[in-house]
Design a binder for this molecule. Sequence first.
Ligand code: CA
Length: 233
Amino acid sequence: VAATILLVEDERKLRELVRSYLERGGFTVLSASSGAEALSLAGSATPDLVVLDLGLPDVPGETVARELRSHSATPILMLTAKASEDDRIRGLELGADDYVTKPFSPRELVLRCQAILRRGGQPAGASFEPTTFGSGELVIDEQRRTVRVRGDEVAVTPTEWGVLVALATVPGRVYSRYEIINRTRGYEFEGYERSVDSHVKNLRRKIEVDAGRPEIIQTVLGGGYRLGLSRDG
Ligand code: CA
């Protein structure tokens, strides 16, 4: 079954261009030209991925992203004309998985969509049994791609999943931001290291008892991050 992408872009020509590339890339595409239309389609059609333009005529794309994030972990790829790093980081802090700055190559956009959805799929060599950490506080089930924390399932985006699985590879080992990007994405591009911090921040809000005093994902000053729980068994 082809993955469904919800494409949200108000500029008709660009929307049609991107749609045709995505369709040639094997995706089923639903499109919306406003934030309101996007939210209604996202609710009724449950897309696998949302490609979201930030400059929309009715509401800012950021508002659409926040609204989507409030009830789902559907991956979001942002299309932004805003080139400053702070703007991009803000988008990632809203829970976007990735962003592409306009003008972009439609082929690259297709590759990014494929990469995000691959991250969400079953990783190669996944174990069949869930792995538990910290006497069961954290359970990572690579087969079902689910995360349980203190008994409750937590919805994570593909990128958050990638970060968590990367850190859980060797609990206690310090992973630099660069290593985390490499393990999570399989490719890297400029200015991305700071974005790891945004994904970690979002993850902490979901899994830590107190995100202000994180114990599961620990920051190592000048080093990176490490998983603060040991593997059980
Ligand atoms: Ca626009």
